[in-house]
Design a protein around this ligand. Sequence first.
Ligand SMILES: Nc1ncnc2c1ncn2[C@@H]1O[C@H](COP(=O)(O)OP(=O)(O)O)[C@@H](O)[C@H]1O
Ligand SMILES: [Mg+2]
Length: 258
Amino acid sequence: MTDTPLLKVRNVSKFYGSRIGCSNVAFDLWPGEVLAIVGESGSGKTTLLNCLSTRLMPTTGTVEYHTRDGSYRDLYRMSEAERRFLMRTDWGFVHQNPADGLRMTVSAGANVGERLMAIGDRHYGKIRETAGSWLERVEISTDRIDDQPRAFSGGMRQRLQIARNLVTAPRLVFMDEPTGGLDVSVQARLLDLVRGLVNDLGLSAIVVTHDLAVARLLSHRMMVMKDGMVIEQGLTDRVLDDPREPYTQLLVSSILQV
Ligand SMILES: Nc1ncnc2c1ncn2[C@@H]1O[C@H](COP(=O)(O)OP(=O)(O)O)[C@@H](O)[C@H]1O
Ligand SMILES: [Mg+2]
């Protein structure tokens, strides 16, 4: 980790009319850091993630991003074209439902290769080779490269979505409940895979989850949300082993009853 934050988030709020989506969120994200955002359903996790990734414009606030050229840019003051460029190159976004992040009617290889073409790769043979090696990396047999993801299981689709996102070597990946729709046994394997890739690639990631076990396994630091506000944040082990806020204590103890 370096001493320059990748993201500087200040005073981010999103209101849906008079309803609070998220309120007054501030934090820094460091290179190589995995941050989990946890909280019950409706606490504002997705709203916050969508604001951070500029899929949604907040009502107030700034997010400064440390670009590859070393300057800070306010994400909400960038042009749409600049934001799209970031999303194609520097960032990944892993949706809970893989169908939202994949093209279901083109081949697995094309799903991965498309991202390479978007950053300017033109050599068909090389693109196919890189796509094949990424399929292997996410434990999809390369003989499935010409199959469409609609022929894949839920776990395979999610692994393909991850390959599609990571193939361009992004610096920051957003994930919204990446294991949410999967069977428990499939979840464990996927989490292992994601953890390995994030470590190997030195990625920064922001992971939304309602599952504290996911936060424990993947994240260095976590933020606990309630009613749109961050009510506690700290190193993941500290928050889970020694929660300070009564609400966090409740969250942590309910996992123990499962
Ligand atoms: N498009 C929307 N329009 C109106 N209210 C919304 C919309 N999206 C989310 N909300 C409200 O914002 C709050 C936070 O929702 P959300 O960010 O989806 O929480 P979470 O992801 O933690 O379940 C909830 O009260 C929810 O009903
Ligand atoms: Mg959500």
